[in-house]
Design a protein around this ligand. Structure first.
Ligand code: ATP
Length: 137
């Protein structure tokens, strides 16, 4: 499809980069179809990251994702999932291509400023996890 789901993670909000990150997203040609500032509960974060539950960093990831507010959004563009992954860069900002969101604004591999869905199927699941139909423009 032509949609993806993103979150500006707690470190991106804390470092006052909501505006900078949204500017990069819209400059790259994405349009915002739904958006909100919210705070995940431990239960929500566990469900959202359930695919990582066997990974050693799972509880660290959950604790971090509930440590402060996030911005959740559904974005639209041709080739949205792949193009957004390119825009955010590698998971570890030290490995992220220059000019990507994570190269500019992420602190570390764990605190990496943004999330981007990794497939069309997950974009749909993650978008529906955070937004009802009525919240989409
Ligand atoms: P995302 O799914 O958030 O866009 P990603 O696909 O780049 O990230 P994954 O490998 O799916 O990365 O990991 C999910 C998230 O878990 C990462 O974005 C990061 O916040 C956290 N994470 C990944 N690896 C580590 C690690 N070694 N230590 C701590 N946290 C990690």
């Amino acid at each position: 499809t032509n949609r993806t789901f993103t979150m500006i993670k707690p470190d991106g909000v804390e470092s006052k980069n909501i505006g900078n990150i949204l500017q990069m997203i819209t400059d790259a040609g994405f349009s915002i179809k739904a958006m909100k500032l919210t705070k995940l509960s431990v239960e929500q974060a566990k469900v959202f990251y359930a695919v990582h539950k066997e990974r050693p960093f799972y509880m660290e990831l959950v604790d971090y994702m509930v440590s402060g507010p996030i911005v959740a959004a559904i974005l639209e563009k041709d080739n949205a999932v792949a193009d957004f992954r390119t825009l955010i860069g590698a998971t570890d900002p030290a490995e992220a291509e220059k000019g990507t969101i994570r190269a500019k604004y992420a602190e570390s591999k764990a605190k990496n400023a943004v999330h981007g869905s990794d497939s069309d199927e997950n974009a749909m699941i993650e978008g529906e996890f955070h937004f009802s139909k009525e919240e989409l423009v």
